[in-house]
Design a protein around this ligand. Sequence first.
Ligand code: PEP
Ligand code: MG
Length: 581
Amino acid sequence: MSFTIHGLAVARGIAIGRAVLVASSRVDVAHYFIDPEHVNAEIRRIANARDAVVQELQHLLQHMPKDAPHELAAILEVHLMLLEDQTLIDGVKHWIRDRLYNAEWALSTQYETVARQFDEMDDIYLRERKGDLEQVVERILRHMKGLPDATQAHARTSGVQAEMVDHTDTPLILVAHDLSPADMLTFKQSVFVGFITDVGGKTSHTAIVARSLDIPAIVGARTASQLVQQDDWVILDGDAGVMIVDPSPIVLEEYAFKQRQTTLDRERLSRLRTTPCVTLDGERIELLANIELPGDADAALGVGAVGVGLFRSEFLFMGRDRDLPGEEEQFKAYCRAIEGMKGLPVTIRTIDIGADKPLDRGAKEPTYLNPALGLRAIRWSLADPDMFLTQLRAMLRAAAYGPVKIMIPMLAHLGEIRQTLHHIDEARNQLRAKGVSFGPVQIGAMIEVPAAALMLDTFLRHFDFLSLGTNDLIQYTLAIDRADEEVAHLYDPMHPAVLRLIASTIAAGAASGKAVSVCGEMAGDPQYTKLLLGLGLRQFSMHPTQVLRVKQEVLRADTRKLVGWARSLLASDAPSLNPPA
Ligand code: PEP
Ligand code: MG
């Protein structure tokens, strides 16, 4: 039966394919297709792991301490019973044989299928066996990964890891309850053509990375991962934020047509790549790229970006289970980005970890704390000077190989500004003392906390340039958690308070002769291009995927007509977007 699921549209386009449900397992699960000749070996691999876990549990049962609670033996017996269960075994074989899933993927898929059957049972006792099944599956997965069993290691990682090598032609659409930004990064090399998650807001970092993949995506779809079944045919409409499950042939045909239109639109846009970015009245506008990894520089150059306006360096640090990259590794990564940009400027932001970008995927804050208000970004860096100095040295050294700007996230206090600048001086002194060469850098601050936007003179006195992080500026001005789909409807870039903070920052930059850019998602959303131009913005930084769409708006804009209109919006208590022709 066909039905639709609604969520928040975060990345445009239409995807049609089969649903791949990814369980939020406590253990990272690799997802890849195997060659048909490896089917038997893969089945043997999982059978061996299951046998080893059976032995492990039998050993535990036989050596149970005398004072162990008697329920423990009963639980282990249930687990042994589940391990012998034919439905689990046959199901796993089916996913390996018929779908060519690797063993871990087959096991987690079969777990999802059986877990649903447990959910539907009337008998509470049987329903609760789902938890046991989860533990058994986790034990097998841990064994296959060579990890200590869960009784010894409690590290909880909720991520998924995709090492996709596709041996089938069917497009796959990822359906998950949640994905961390680090998970999303692993999908950069994957075969998924779209994705949908139950949770997340439009400017959550997961959504931001999804947008950079340039595949249609929906977040905040609440129960999608429960409603969609493994292998269902689905249409994902990233423009409307709608997923159609099990569509009829007529609907499929209609969307296939839309998909072809989108491809044609993209081809048309790509012709703008080398067109000078100048408005109708001759204003030159700089379109820069936001990147997460050094390799993204290719995509930035590919769309004609004139530099990197935001390199989110924290992605080098994430998903590594606290094994942080040292100075040398960071230096090489920054150099790769610089080299990739072929002489164009690269703005590297110091680590912005925390909130929805935890360093350690498993780390959970107590629910009464809001990590977005906690030890995040520059606060985190200042709390760990060794780590911060390591990063600063790597950046300064990389600056010897091309134009580099250093940008600091989430500053709010004069004390933080002073400490930060002091650390940058110290990093230079450390390099000098060791005789290591480094290059000149401009230093800039992100304006993304209302406090910063209300003390611009202080910021302009201390920094060479400013960049508006509108994602956080909106979050903190309106007290809306940007990753929370429950309050997504209140996340409003057009709120008068937000517009006034943006406008005053751009104006203060212009008055002082210092560059101001916008690097939040607003900069890459064509519906705001004319408004930002009208407010005087001349530098926009966005995902490479957005550059040509924004350029199209710039080419059609006349800033002389936009200034008065933008001013009238600032004066309104209910501004709405309807630019003059
Ligand atoms: C922002 O807050 O607008 C920004 C660009 O930084 P991030 O999205 O990484 O927090
Ligand atoms: Mg930010």
